[in-house]
Design a protein. Structure first.
Length: 168
C-alpha cells in the first residue's frame, strides 16, 4: 500500500532536499579549495566562460575572491555543510511526514525572519520587496497546517458525555 503525500508537503520536502544537496556539493567543493589559489582558478573560470574581464562588477568580484583567506574558505565550507545537513534532515523528515520535521522547519525558517524584516525595512527598493521575503513568512504557516493529522470523528461515548454535560 502506497502512502499518499500532501502535495504542498512533498514540494517543500523536495525543495529542501534539492537545496541541501546543492549546498553539500558547494561545501565539499570549497573544502577542496581551502589551500588552492582561488583567485587564479576564478580568473580561469571567467576566461573559460568568455566573460568580459574589463567589467567593473567582475573586477570587484575577482578582488573579493582574491582577498579570501584559507580560514574564511574553510568556515564558509563548514557552515555550508552544516546548513545542508539541516536542510536534508528537514526534507527527509517532511517527506516521511514526521511531526518533528514540521516543527524543525517552522523553527529554522522562522529564525531567518528578523534578517528578512531588517533587509526590507533598511534597504527597501522595488526589487527587494518582491515575494521571496513573503515566502519565508508563509512557509511556516503552510508547513504546520499541512502536517496536522486529518480530522477523526470522536467516539460515540465521548459524544454522549458531551450531550450529558450540555443537558445539565
Amino acid at each position: 500500500m502506497t502512502k499518499q503525500h500532501h502535495t504542498g508537503m512533498a514540494l517543500i520536502a523536495g525543495f529542501k532536499v534539492a537545496k541541501g544537496v546543492l549546498l553539500l556539493l558547494v561545501g565539499l567543493g570549497l573544502l577542496k579549495l581551502v589551500h588552492a589559489e582561488i583567485a587564479t582558478l576564478f580568473s580561469q573560470l571567467l576566461e573559460a566562460l568568455h566573460l568580459n574581464a574589463d567589467s567593473r562588477i567582475l573586477h570587484n568580484l575577482v578582488l573579493k575572491v582574491d582577498a579570501l583567506q584559507p580560514h574564511s574558505v574553510l568556515m564558509i565550507s563548514l557552515v555550508s555543510m552544516a546548513y545542508a545537513a539541516l536542510l536534508l534532515t528537514e526534507g527527509v523528515g517532511l517527506w516521511f511526514e514526521f511531526s518533528w520535521a514540521a516543527y524543525l522547519t517552522v523553527i529554522s525558517t522562522s529564525l531567518f525572519l528578523p534578517f528578512e524584516f531588517y533587509e526590507v525595512v533598511e534597504r527597501i527598493t522595488a526589487d527587494r520587496s518582491a515575494p521571496p521575503e513573503s515566502c519565508h513568512c508563509a512557509l511556516p504557516c503552510h508547513t504546520v497546517e499541512t502536517s496536522r493529522p486529518a480530522f477523526t470523528p470522536r467516539p460515540a461515548a465521548h459524544r454522549a458525555t458531551l450531550k450529558w454535560r450540555q443537558a445539565r
